[in-house]
Design a protein around this ligand. Structure first.
Ligand code: G1P
Length: 262
């Protein structure tokens, strides 16, 4: 399994420090946040990780290239224009073009404390014969417009070989919509920073027209994927922390390094 970590954003919610320090390099204890995400990908079974950065974020690459144990498993792709998450993921397409099984996508600013979702999502995908799976969390109605929101059917039971996964947390998706108004949201279940996507996603991304905010949205391409292949959702039990803003970053520090902030 290959993994992609999009980490090319400009970090505007964390200025001024992000003028020179990418948010993904901010420390959680002594490690940069993005290293925890690389470790989640590797422990879920990824044997190669593609990190998508912008040219101003070379320091991320320098950091990993100085670590021989991680460097041989990491390759690099560049997003030179801020055209959205879908466009960032598309920049990694060449690096994973020979893949036949789903590719893990872990957002570089989403740290999940508690049970790591990626390994469970990989197990769910295998149990259903290699389907796509998106990680989900429930959000309050007033915040649905910040997320990709899904519509799904909770009818998945009695699966074998899924030890440690609560089947009640698995849904078969029927629709997805990026950043809906509260009155248009099909549920309060939000896409939460982790995806395992059929490689067919790359040709869909290549032909994806801009959506909300004029950006190439990954959610829109998954919606088209769903027309052709099954996509499941997993309401993971871990707690996601958005390190893209100071408050979320401090919460992540508290969750991962409680003794530092007691
Ligand atoms: C992105 C995705 C969105 C998802 C969110 C959190 O939005 O487009 O579907 O719910 O990440 O994982 P962004 O935070 O980049 O606006």
């Amino acid at each position: 399994m290959k993994a992609i970590i999009p980490a090319a954003g400009h970090g505007t919610r964390f200025l001024p420090v992000t003028r020179v320090v990418p948010k993904e390099m901010l420390p959680i204890g002594a490690k940069p946040a993005i290293q925890l995400i690389v470790e989640e990908a590797l422990s879920a079974g990824a044997d190669g990780v593609v990190i998508v950065i912008s040219p101003e974020k070379e320091i991320v690459r320098r950091y990993f290239e100085e670590d021989p144990s991680l460097a041989p498993r990491i390759s690099w792709a560049y997003q030179t224009e801020q055209k959205g998450l879908g466009h960032a993921v598309l920049q990694a397409a060449d690096a994973v073009k020979d893949e036949h099984e789903p590719v893990l996508v872990l957002l570089g600013d989403a740290l999940v404390a508690g049970e790591a979702p990626s390994a469970k999502m990989a197990a769910i995908s295998r149990a259903f014969g290699g389907v796509s799976v998106v990680g989900l969390e429930e959000v309050p109605l007033e915040r649905v417009s910040r997320y990709g929101i899904v519509k799904g059917d909770n009818g998945v039971n009695g699966l074998k070989g899924l030890e440690g996964v609560d089947c009640e947390r698995i849904l078969r998706l029927e629709d997805l919509v990026e950043k809906p108004a509260p009155e248009a949201a099909p549920s309060r279940l939000a896409i939460a920073g982790r995806y395992l996507l059929d490689p067919a996603i790359f040709s869909l991304l290549a032909s994806q027209t801009p959506g909300v905010g004029g950006e190439i949205q990954l959610t829109d391409a998954i919606r088209r994927l769903l027309a052709d292949r099954p996509v499941y959702g997993y309401r993971y039990p871990g707690v996601r922390h958005d390190i893209g803003n100071p408050a979320g970053y401090l919460k992540a520090m508290q969750a991962f390094q409680p003794s530092f902030v007691a």
